[in-house]
Each structure stands twice: as C-alpha cells, then as structure tokens.
Design a protein around this ligand. Structure first.
Ligand SMILES: [Zn+2]
Length: 321
C-alpha cells in the first residue's frame, strides 16, 4: 500500500485557503442551492433552486452561467417557486446554454445586487450541429435583406415579450410536440447558409425545429400556457407565442390560420391554428421554437424532461458550504 506523504503547504497557500473558507462561509450563510441537470449540452435548459433565511419573497436575485474564461453566457432572474416546510421562500431561475457555446467546465453564479452569494459547478458537453444551405427566391431574399421599419418594430415587440420574466407557473410537465408528424425538414441549431438571388450569401443559426407538414395541419399547444402573441409578422408570418413559465415561451411560425387570441389561457394539446407557409418560408411547414430567458432552446430537451421539475428541484436543495 502506498501512503502519499503530505507536503507542508506554503504560508501563502494556507492564507489563501483560510481566506477562501471564510469568504465562502460569509457568502453561503444558510443558503441551499440545487441545479438540474449538472451536465448539459449547448441549447439545453438548466433550472436553479435557492432557499435560505436571507432569501425573501422580495429579494431580487438572478442566475448567471459563466464559462471557464469568465465570460457570461446567459442570465435569468429568479422567481418565487414555493415555500418549504419551515416557511422559507424557495426561488427558482431557468436559463439555457447558448447553442453557440463551446464545451468545458462552467459555473452557475447567483447574484444579488453587484455581488455573488453562491456558486455551483456545471459542465457543458460537446455537441455537433447540422449544416445546411438554403437558396432563397426574390421574395424571400427581400424578406431577409430589405430594411423595413415595420420589421424593426416587430423585432422589438418580440424581444420585449421574450425577455420578460413573469411570475406565473402554467406547467411543470414535459412539453409535447405541436404536430403529430415526426418528419423534420430542419433541426434545432442548424448552421444555415442563405443563398440570395444575386449570388451573395449570409449565415444564420436555426432557432427551432421545422416539421414538414401540409398547409392546414392542426397545430397544438405544447403545454398549458397563456397566449402572449397571436398576429401576423413580416418574417415569421402568422405567429403564436405561448408563455409557460417565467421566461419560458413556445413559438409557432408560418401558420396559415391563427385560431387563438392574445390574452387567453390554453391547455396542452389545445388547437392554436393551422400550419402554412406565411412569411419567410420555402414551402409549407411548422417552425416550432422554445425560448428560455431569451435564449434559443432545444425543444427536444423540453420534451425529454420538464423544464421546471419542481419536486426534484426541491429534493435536491443542499447547503453550498
Ligand atoms: Zn424554421
């Protein structure tokens, strides 16, 4: 049996350990944190739970995903989730790893004001995305390239919706696909090259899944939620957006007909409209997209697991020191 000999640590190292220990103790106080999952791929969502005597219902906290280079990749506000058995507020935040992130170790940092109050390690796994080239006709080329103040107004309205963290929890269940077909014509995170009619090119990342369905196919809500947008848009055609959780939205584009109104509540599986080819589309299809704290998020990850698995999150809360 080999016994490793302990080397005496240098004085500076000991001071560093003492300082880190003290600062962690001050930082952590009585906080308990939970993270689901602890390993994930670009485009996948992560839920963070936090509780403790210092976490009041009105305490403004947010979670940040920081990569190994110290760069902030994404950020989300905490919202009130529930009370634990001792009457303490439990808060949660949902964010997503951007689909442009590289693999490697990262951390989730909980911020209050300008300071960090707790951190947990997380691993971003490697992921490959499909590349595709799409030739656009005159009309579709103009939709992408011609400046139009209406397009800017619509983009600003969309961003105001997607960047909002509400307080309502409409679902804690996994999502269901919005059409019954499994035929996909584009995938989440596809690296796209658009070829314009004049031969020039542009690149983009496909933010959702395209289902190849004929015009008139029923499109249904992927989960219970509130209709926060139901109107025509220049680029995305007839569009519906549902809010499901604070900062979590599903988007349905290029519809032939919209069958819901803004402000109404829907159940999972309720009809939202019929698929079509309105807006920037090279043929009939449904574009289905999920946004988490503004970030494009892989719909398949939201089908495989609940975005907010409340019971599991509550069961995983552990002291962070
Ligand atoms: Zn699409």
């Amino acid at each position: 049996m080999m016994i490793a000999k302990q080397k005496p640590r240098c004085l500076l190292g000991m001071f560093l350990i003492l300082f880190l220990g003290l600062s962690m103790g001050i930082m952590a106080q009585d906080l308990r944190l939970a993270l689901i999952p602890e390993q994930l791929r670009p485009g996948e969502p992560v839920t963070i739970g936090i509780t403790g005597a210092t976490v009041g219902a009105d305490t403004k906290l947010w979670a940040e995903l920081i990569n190994a280079q110290g760069r902030r990749l994404s950020r989300a506000s905490f919202f009130s989730l529930t009370m634990d058995q001792d009457g303490a507020t439990v808060k949660a935040a949902i964010l997503a790893v951007p689909c442009t992130s590289g693999p490697g170790p990262a951390l989730i940092r909980v911020q209050q004001g300008s300071g960090s109050i707790g951190e947990m390690n997380i691993t971003i796994l490697p992921r490959d995305f499909v590349s595709e080239e799409i030739a656009l006709d005159q009309n579709n080329t103009e939709l992408r390239t011609v400046a139009d103040p209406q397009k800017t107004t619509e983009a600003n309205t969309l961003w105001a919706i997607l960047s909002r963290t509400g307080a309502d929890l409409y679902t804690t269940e996994p999502f269901k696909p919005p059409v019954t077909t499994t035929r996909r014509t584009s995938f989440f995170g596809d690296r796209r090259v658009y070829k314009y009619v004049d031969g020039s090119r542009d690149t983009a990342i496909h933010a959702g899944i395209d289902y190849g369905v004929p015009t008139g196919t029923a499109v249904t809500a992927c989960a219970p939620g509130k209709v926060v947008l139901a109107r025509p848009r220049i680029v995305t055609g007839n569009s519906v957006i549902l809010e499901h959780l604070p900062g979590v939205y599903s988007l349905y584009y290029h519809l032939d007909k919209i069958e819901v109104q803004e402000g109404t509540l829907v159940k999972g599986g309720d009809r939202l409209g019929q698929s079509g080819a309105t807006g920037l589309a090279t043929g009939p299809h449904l574009h289905w997209e999920i946004r988490v704290a503004g970030e494009n998020t892989d719909p398949d990850a939201c089908i495989a697991h609940a975005v907010l698995d409340k019971d599991t999150l509550l069961g995983k809360l552990i002291p962070i020191h």
